[in-house]
Design a protein around this ligand. Structure first.
Ligand SMILES: [Ca+2]
Length: 259
C-alpha cells in the first residue's frame, strides 16, 4: 500500500473519495454498506486532499458535493446511465474558463466530475458536441500519474505511455501509443507543438511545467478533434459527467433526496 502524504499533489488529483486512495486505478462498485463506508472515508480523505499547485496558486482542496446542486444539476444529455453538460451551455458557466482542478471542482459540486472517455461511443458523443458547437477545447478528467504515490510503480513506466488514468473514477487508460481497448483509432493526436505524437509534454521544455492533464482540442494543430496532454493551469471550458461515487455519497447521507 502506498501511503500518501497530506501535501501530496497526487491525492488531490487522483482520489475524489479516498475509497481507494492508495491505488488510483479501480472501478468503484458500491453496495449500500460500501456507500456508507465511502461516505466516512470521503470526509476523512477530503481533509487530506490538497490540490495540485500551479506556481500562482496555493494548495487547494477537492470540493464536497452540494446536495441541492446535485438534485438540480444540469442534464444536457444522457448516455449509458450518466448525465452530462457542457459548461458553455449552462447559464452559470457560459463564459467560464478555468484550470483543470477548478473545472473538476465545479463539476463535483453537482455530484459530477470531469468527463472520462473510456469508450469510443462516449468519445464520439463529446467529439460531436465539440464539432457542432465549434468548441475550441475542453477539459476531461484525464490525468498523468506523476505525483507522489505514483513513484516506484514500474507498471506506470514510461509515464508518457503507461502513466495516464481517468481521475473521475481512477480507471487506467490504455497505453498512449496504441489504439485503446474498444476504440478503432488512437484518439491521441499524432502531432502538436513539437510535431510529434501526443502526449509530448511540450510545455516542459518551454517553461518547466509538465503537461499532466488531458484536453480535447479542436483542430488547434490542424489535427482535427483529438486528445492532447496540456499543462493543468490553462483555463478552458469543461464537460461534466455524473459521478456515481458522489451521487451514492449524497444519496446515502440525504435520505429521500431525488437525484
Ligand atoms: Ca502536448
Amino acid at each position: 500500500m502506498i501511503d500518501f502524504q497530506p501535501q501530496d499533489q497526487g491525492l488531490l488529483c487522483s482520489s475524489p473519495s479516498g475509497v481507494d486512495r492508495a491505488f488510483p486505478f479501480v472501478f468503484p462498485h458500491f453496495t449500500a454498506t460500501e456507500a456508507m463506508r465511502a461516505s466516512l472515508l470521503l470526509l476523512v480523505s477530503l481533509g487530506l486532499a490538497l490540490a495540485q499547485r500551479p506556481s500562482n496558486k496555493p494548495g487547494r482542496f477537492l470540493t464536497l458535493p452540494n446536495p441541492q446542486k446535485c438534485a438540480s444539476r444540469p442534464k444536457e444529455f444522457f448516455f449509458q446511465g450518466h448525465n452530462y453538460f457542457f459548461s458553455g451551455h449552462v447559464p452559470q458557466f457560459r463564459n467560464t474558463k478555468v484550470d483543470w482542478l477548478d473545472a473538476r471542482n465545479y463539476c463535483r459540486e453537482y455530484c459530477m466530475d470531469l468527463v472520462s472517455l473510456e469508450t469510443q461511443q462516449e468519445n464520439n458523443l463529446i467529439y460531436k458536441l465539440i464539432r457542432e458547437n465549434d468548441v475550441p477545447y475542453i477539459w476531461t478528467s484525464g490525468r498523468l500519474c506523476d505525483f507522489k504515490g505514483c513513484e516506484g510503480r514500474r507498471d506506470l513506466e514510461p509515464k508518457a505511455i503507461f502513466g495516464w488514468f481517468w481521475s473521475a473514477n481512477r480507471v487506467k487508460m490504455s497505453p498512449t501509443n496504441r489504439t485503446p481497448a474498444g476504440y478503432s483509432f488512437n484518439p491521441w493526436s499524432q502531432t502538436g507543438h513539437k510535431k510529434s505524437p501526443q502526449p509530448d509534454n511540450a510545455e516542459f521544455e518551454i517553461n518547466g511545467t509538465n503537461e499532466s492533464c488531458l484536453s480535447v482540442l479542436n483542430n488547434v494543430y490542424n489535427d482535427g478533434i483529438v486528445w492532447h496532454d496540456v499543462a493543468c493551469y490553462h483555463e478552458k471550458p469543461f464537460v461534466c459527467e455524473d459521478s456515481e461515487e458522489l451521487l451514492n455519497y449524497v444519496a446515502s447521507t440525504n435520505p429521500g433526496i431525488r437525484l
